[in-house]
Design a binder for this molecule. Structure first.
Ligand SMILES: [Zn+2]
Ligand SMILES: [Zn+2]
Length: 102
C-alpha cells in the first residue's frame, strides 16, 4: 500500500498514486520546501534531489514525471527515483514532517 503525502488517500500501486498525485496535487509551489517554482515542479524536484540527495524530492520527481520518452540518462534517473518513491510512500509521511534542514 502506498500513501499520499498530501491527503489521507492510499493506493495499491505506484502508478495509481502517481496518477492521483498528478491530477490532484500538481502545483507551482513545492510542497516540500514551500518555494514557488519557476519552471515545473518536476524540474525543481529533480534539481534538489540531485543537489542535496533529498529523498522526498526524489519521490516528488517520480510522482510528477511521466514514464515515457526522455534520454537513457533520464530513464536511469527515473528508475532510481521509483526505487526511492517505493520506499518513502510505503509508510505514511507528510512532505515536511521529517526532513527540514533549512
Ligand atoms: Zn493525495
Ligand atoms: Zn522543493
Amino acid at each position: 500500500m502506498y500513501y499520499c503525502p498530501e491527503c489521507p488517500q492510499s493506493f495499491e500501486t505506484l502508478p495509481a498514486i502517481k496518477e492521483h498525485y498528478m491530477h490532484s496535487h500538481n502545483s507551482s509551489v513545492c510542497p516540500i520546501c514551500g518555494k514557488p517554482v519557476r519552471k515545473s515542479l518536476a524540474c525543481h524536484a529533480k534539481m534538489i534531489w540531485q543537489n542535496r540527495g533529498c529523498e522526498l524530492h526524489a519521490t516528488l520527481y517520480y510522482l510528477l514525471r511521466t514514464g515515457r520518452g526522455g534520454s537513457a540518462k533520464n530513464n536511469g534517473l527515473y528508475r532510481k527515483a521509483r526505487e526511492v518513491a517505493e520506499k518513502v510512500l510505503s509508510s505514511r509521511i507528510s512532505w515536511n514532517g521529517g526532513d527540514s534542514d533549512e
